[in-house]
Write a protein that binds this ligand. Structure first.
Ligand SMILES: [Zn+2]
Length: 394
């Protein structure tokens, strides 16, 4: 067996691969990770939702017999990153430089360091003879940033079986987060009939139709109670366009709507409700459709996660939600809706920023967290906490 590379080294390799989405091109990154994991003894399969848009699923088989196995623990993450933005970076965004204890680069926080941490832990456990009874499944996804395309594809193709619990390694500074809202992004289009601008009575103005719809939406009420952790569902009209020239009656106008939903809201019902509310003048198309997730803090596994993370972080954990959506939107339903936690080394406020970085110490801490939780789940030998002595590292 080749030696297990450190999580930091893997993270640096990943950052040096340009997976900006669009266009994505995660293929090289996916095969690099697949090579490491297959070399360590995991079963690796690749899935492409489009050419070069590669996700992978890697399974570390537990040591126990089929009958005594509990459901696997699933780690999830994505390997695409967002574009660099207009502002110039003061470091090479694909250089993976380390300065003052910070690992810099696009994707360092969101979320290649998180992926590197769980890949490292899986390789480490794979090298051990007694690894516990349960399987560990890694779902490493392409195309998250544009609406969970890779993880949705994994769900649709049946690449993932049931899981007993899921850890999504998105940036939380290693604080366990219990859920997030869903996103329903729509385009609403109005059609009209064009005519000369000097004779508007001969046409039907699509911009007037769209404008009426937008105005109605300002007062739209979802009629759902706020969520205990995630608050209210929201709606925002983000863009609007219409018409081709000043002196014609426009025959097309469209606007986009960003709806953030609560986990219990059904997106199909929202769309049909909006269609009824706006009437036949508006045609609604879904652009992104990812549901929310939430696991109650009273869930027995979440209690275990809290106990482990209170030790590692040295502070009391309270229920928190995340402002962004993650691959959990697709992975959690695809795996039979097991308890799901979002926990990763990146800094939430560094995601999508110029000069993005991840504190190097957080990567080691994430390794400790994932290893502890994986050992607990699989019932394998002593985790690092038991051997680190009282207090341990924090
Ligand atoms: Zn992310």
């Amino acid at each position: 067996m080749p030696p297990v590379p450190s999580a930091l080294d893997v993270a640096r390799d990943l950052i040096r691969m340009d997976t900006r989405n669009p266009p994505g091109r995660e293929v090289e990154c996916a095969h690099y990770l697949g090579g490491l994991l297959a070399g360590a003894g995991l079963e690796v399969s690749y899935y492409e939702f489009a050419p070069d848009r590669t996700s992978l699923v890697a399974v570390l088989r537990g040591g126990g017999g089929e009958a005594e196995r509990k459901k696997p623990l699933c780690f999830g993450g994505h390997i695409d990153v967002v574009p660099l933005g207009a502002k110039e970076w003061s470091v090479d965004p694909f250089g993976a430089e380390i300065v003052d204890g910070r690992l810099y680069g696009r994707g360092s926080t969101d979320m290649k360091s998180g992926v590197a941490a769980f890949v490292h832990v899986a390789m480490k456990l794979a090298a051990e003879a007694a690894r516990g009874t349960a399987d560990i499944v890694l779902a490493i996804c392409a195309g998250e940033e544009t609406g969970c395309e890779g993880s949705s594809h994994l769900g649709k193709t049946g690449a993932l079986g049931e899981a007993g619990a899921i850890i999504v390694a998105e940036p939380t500074a290693n604080y366990p987060v219990l859920g997030h809202k869903g996103a329903l992004w729509l385009e609403v289009e109005s059609e009209g009939v064009t005519a000369h601008g000097s004779m508007p009575e001969r046409g039907v103005n699509a911009i007037y139709r769209a404008a009426r719809a937008v105005t109605k939406l300002e007062d739209f009420d979802f009629n759902v109670k706020p969520h205990e952790l995630l608050g209210r569902s929201t709606l925002n009209v983000g863009t609007m366009e219409g018409g081709q020239n000043l002196n014609s009656v426009p025959d097309r106008a469209a606007f986009t709507v960003d709806i953030r939903t609560l986990p219990e809201q059904d997106h199909g019902e929202i769309v049909s409700g909006l269609q009824g509310y706006l009437g036949e003048e508006s045609r609604i198309a879904r652009i992104v459709d990812v549901g929310g997730v939430h696991t109650p803090h009273t869930d027995p596994w979440i209690r275990q996660v809290y106990a482990a993370m209170e030790q590692i972080l040295g502070e009391e954990i309270e229920p928190r939600g995340a402002p962004y959506f993650t691959d959990a939107s697709a992975l959690t339903p695809a795996c039979g809706r097991p308890p799901t936690v979002i926990l990763g080394p990146g800094e939430m406020q560094m995601a999508h920023q110029t000069d993005e970085y991840c504190p190097v110490a957080h990567i080691a801490q994430a390794v400790e967290a994932y290893e502890t939780l994986a050992r607990q789940w699989c019932g394998s030998a002593k985790g690092p906490r038991e051997t680190a002595g009282p207090g341990g590292r924090s």
